[in-house]
Design a protein around this ligand. Structure first.
Ligand code: FAD
Length: 475
């Protein structure tokens, strides 16, 4: 067995090995210096600058199988690129093989059985567009060009979470290429151990070449609230939000998002550059009824502006895309699941966000409950669902010269919030740059960790898939 060290890539025979791989595949194999190599290794976070030994841009499942077998025979660790949005940059690695799935985005919808299947490199925009053609949807993320792959495998939190749960709660089956280079199907009947592990355990277990999801009738028009309050409004509207949603968390997906008003004609000039928060909420049932239900969230004081209204579901799913363009900004995102949201904690959050160094940074309080909370901890690898809220700090800034200022502010704020976290647990899709990974991964999975490490040992004993929120094989 070749040990997975990545050293083979430095040998003089490596380019010949890549040449013979090229003869087997339909997609492209790129080496450093090849045209397209630098574009293919670029990911969403502009801070990430890694150089894989080779990049395989797969065009079909046969290419993925060839790529994994190649990595195995060359002893290369593998990074997997879905949508490329992972803020820690796990899609790309130094000295290993990058398996790039971004050419594999096909979607098939079966409106009768209410199932959709999407290839491993597809985005939420790809999936929403096709499912909405039938008036259907599955819970996804908040930005249309985020990959279905990375977002789903670590849980998947979007607007529909209250009614229909996380992405993993609606995943019904996957096709997976294992570290042996074998294609298997995993669902509740076939290979149920790895199917359980994939629902929260990230990209640790192989390359998912397609995902199948349950669909629900959604839209095409949904109710959306987005009143924007000045930060100077203080905690009142946030306390109201918390209390008003207390018996509606099963119906309304919501977040309070702290930001800075851009210099845009969409906002009154006197607020440009001011710190504000948006009480954003979505009701995905009858839109008219939803607007009535959301109305009180819009009446809690003087507003900067209000973007509320009925909106097509596909437009909602693209609403924040402009704020988050690929490859332009430097980013460092962290979070905590919160054990509660006391009045004191709201004040502490308001104090913290008032000091945000970059106007591009967003911080958010996300509500949980409803269908998300209804799933028992042992049912999916993600674990305990009892957290009532999450607090995320999405630091975003344009200049490398400001890296230290923004990262140390984020870390200090995150450390301060730790005392309010639910047993130190974080959502592994907002993991900083992967520092303290060992501890954070163990804490996130809690009682499920041991079982996950044993499944990892069965499916990937050499830890070929190690560029992720890694679960080293054990047991
Ligand atoms: P990539 O960087 O391509 O992949 C990340 C990792 O996922 C890979 O290293 C691999 O380990 C694994 N992976 C990806 N595809 C596959 C596959 N097919 N098979 C096996 N492993 C795979 N998260 C939310 O929950 N809700 C949101 O609303 C949300 N919004 C976001 C908005 C933006 C702008 C960004 C940058 C991130 C957002 N996230 C959100 C976080 C997001 O879920 C993670 O960044 C996630 O890793 C992105 O998935 P990706 O496929 O685009 O990433």
């Amino acid at each position: 067995m070749t040990a997975i060290t990545g050293q083979a890539a430095a040998s003089s025979s490596f380019p010949d090995a890549v040449e013979s791989l090229r003869a087997q595949i339909k997609g492209e194999a790129l080496l450093p210096g090849d045209p397209g190599y630098d574009e293919a290794r670029a990911v969403w976070n502009a801070m990430i600058d890694r150089r894989p030994a080779a990049i395989l841009r797969c065009d079909g499942v046969a290419d993925v199988i060839a790529a994994v077998k190649f990595a195995k025979s060359e002893g290369l660790p593998v990074s997997i690129r879905g949508g490329g949005h992972n803020v820690a940059g796990h899609a790309v690695c130094d000295d290993g093989l990058m398996i790039d799935l971004s050419m594999m985005r096909a979607v098939h919808v079966d409106p009768v059985s209410r199932r959709a299947r999407i290839e491993g490199g597809g985005t939420w925009g790809d999936l929403d567009r096709e499912t909405q053609a039938f008036g259907l949807a599955t819970p996804g993320g908040l930005i249309s060009d985020t990959g279905v792959g990375g977002l789903t495998l670590n849980g998947g939190i979007g607007w529909l979470r209250s009614r229909y749960g996380l992405c993993i709660d609606n995943l019904t089956s996957v096709d997976l290429v294992t570290a042996e280079g074998e294609l298997i199907t995993a669902n509740s009947e076939q290979n149920p151990d790895v199917f359980w592990a994939l629902r929260g355990g990230g990209g640790n277990f192989g390359v998912v070449t397609s995902f199948e999801f349950k669909l629900y009738p959604v839209g095409p028009i949904v109710a959306f609230a987005a009143p924007i309050y000045p930060l100077s409004a203080g905690s009142g509207p946030i306390k109201f939000w918390r209390d008003y949603l207390a018996d509606k968390n099963g119906d309304i997906g919501s977040l309070v998002e702290f930001s800075t008003v851009p210099e845009s004609e969409d906002f009154p000039k006197e607020y440009w550059g001011q710190k504000v928060y948006t009480v954003a909420a979505v009701y995905a049932g009858d839109a008219e009824e939803g607007m009535k239900l959301l109305q009180p969230l819009r009446e809690q004081g003087e507003l900067v502006t209000d973007f509320s209204g009925e909106i097509p579901y596909c437009d909602l799913q693209k609403l924040f895309d402009e704020l988050m363009p690929a490859g332009q900004y430097r980013c460092y995102w962290k979070c905590h699941y919160l054990s509660g949201l006391s009045d004191e904690l709201i004040e502490e959050i308001l104090e913290g966000v008032a000091t945000t160094p970059s106007p591009n940074t967003l911080s958010s309080i996300w509500n949980f409950g409803g269908a998300t909370a209804a799933v028992p901890a042992a049912d999916t690898a993600l674990g305990d669902r009892s957290m009532p809220y999450m607090f995320s700090i999405d630091s975003v800034w344009p200049d490398a010269a400001d890296d230290e200022k923004n990262m140390s502010w984020t870390r200090a704020f995150w450390e301060r919030m730790k005392q309010h976290s639910q047993k130190g647990r974080i959502y592994l899709n907002f993991p900083g740059h992967g520092e303290d990974q060992r501890t954070l991964v163990r804490q996130a999975f809690g009682d499920n960790y041991k079982k996950l490490a044993a499944i990892k040992a069965k499916y990937d004993p050499q830890n070929m898939f190690r560029f992720n929120q890694n679960i080293p094989p054990e047991g």
